[in-house]
Each structure stands twice: as C-alpha cells, then as structure tokens.
Design a protein around this ligand. Sequence first.
Ligand code: IP8
Length: 250
Amino acid sequence: MTVVLKLGGSVITEKDEPETVDRAALSAAVSAIAESAVGDDIVLVHGGGSFGHHHAAEYGVSTTAGTHDVAGVQAIHGAMCRLNDAVVDALTEQGVPAVPVHPFSAATRDADGDLSLPTGQVTTLLEEGFVPVLHGDLVAHAGAGATVLSGDELVVELAPAVDADRVGVCSTVSGVLDEDGAVVDSIESFEAVAAALGGSDATDVSGGMAGKVRALLALSAPAVVFGPDALPAFLAGESPGTTIAGDGGD
Ligand code: IP8
C-alpha cells in the first residue's frame, strides 16, 4: 500500500508569523506518521505556509508570474529548504527514515506552463526503504524565469509515478465544504461542486480548494481531503473528510 500524503503549509506553520514552524502541529502530524502502519511506503509533500508564501508574495511570484530576480529565487527556495529541514528533522527524531528531495533542482516548466518532474529518485528512494520528503518550491520556467511549484502539483505528478494506492491532502479545513459550510462526503465531478467552490482557473492549481479538487479529480487513485485531527484515521485506512474519486482524467 503506497501512500502520497501532503501536509498543508498552513497546517505545520504559524500562518501569520514569517518563517515560523507550528511545533505542536508538526509534532502531532509526525507522530501520526511514525505510529502508522503505512511504514516506509509513504511519500510526503509539504506546502509553503509562512515560509514560501511570505517570500513569494514579497517578490510577486506565483505559479504563473515568474521572476528573474536572483535574490527572490534564493529567498523563496531558501525558505522552503529551511521548512523542509524542520520537517525532515522532526520525522528523523521520531524514527521515520525521511530524506529531503528538492524539486527546484530537478523540475522544469515549458513556455506553455507544462510541468516536467523527474521522479526516478523518488521511486528508487521509496524502493530502498526511505521516506522521500518533497515540498512546494520554485521551478525553472521557460520564458518566465522561476515560478512557484505548488505541493498540490507535486502530489498530482507523484501519485501515478509511485503507483499510489491512496492520496491524502491534510489541510486546515476538515474537507471540501458545501455552500452551508458542511463537509462534502465525496466528489465525482467538478461540476457537482463548482458552485460551492466558486469556480476555478484550471491553469492554476494553487488556486485554493477549487484548483485542488480539479487537479485531484484527474488522478486514478482516490484522494482524501481532511483536517489535521483526522490524519491518524486516514493513515489507518479510513476516509475522513472528503473523498475525491476521479476518473483518472478519462
Ligand atoms: O503551499 C507553495 O506550495 P503550496 C510553495 O503547496 C511556495 O502551494 C514556494 C510558495
């Protein structure tokens, strides 16, 4: 059973404090992973939270707006590496064989914005018993310099590459919410929830929950969106929150 799990950046950082890890939340998430039966068959991805997004906003960089400013590139990528260090350290302390994988060193976007992400290192690390820990990052972007590569995009690329059986997205909300604020149990088509999600820009998967749902619908593995308290249940094989059962993009 191979699992790809994304820990949202706002779950593991203090949203309003630049470059501040939420130690209690990170430790709780790491304990759930360390104690789960998923063992080594897990690929982790974490988002930017108050690390990447803080600097990306300062330099005006997004998934579509790039920069050629080397100081901006270093600030954004450097902050994400610092958060990745904190996550890998926390996992290591609890006995998880975590190793860092930095997407900026490997990924590219072409001039149309299409992403290319080599995944041989991730599949091999997984086969060799490591837990690869990737993160939202920057990506070299033809014609634009460097743009943001979101953790959600990474999840969508990684799940088929590692032949994931399940995909989990742990965010600060307990699932995808309908117009009344109730958690939607399952989603099988974007149209069914488009109104509640307020539509979406299909080219920008960092575009909030709408972009996330649209991207996860394209996977063949079921994806589950849930809040931090439900992480142990997800890792135990349950489907808390919202299950997004797409058609694999067919
Ligand atoms: O929080 C964004 O990753 P996300 C990473 O998964 C940066 O969207 C560099 C802001």
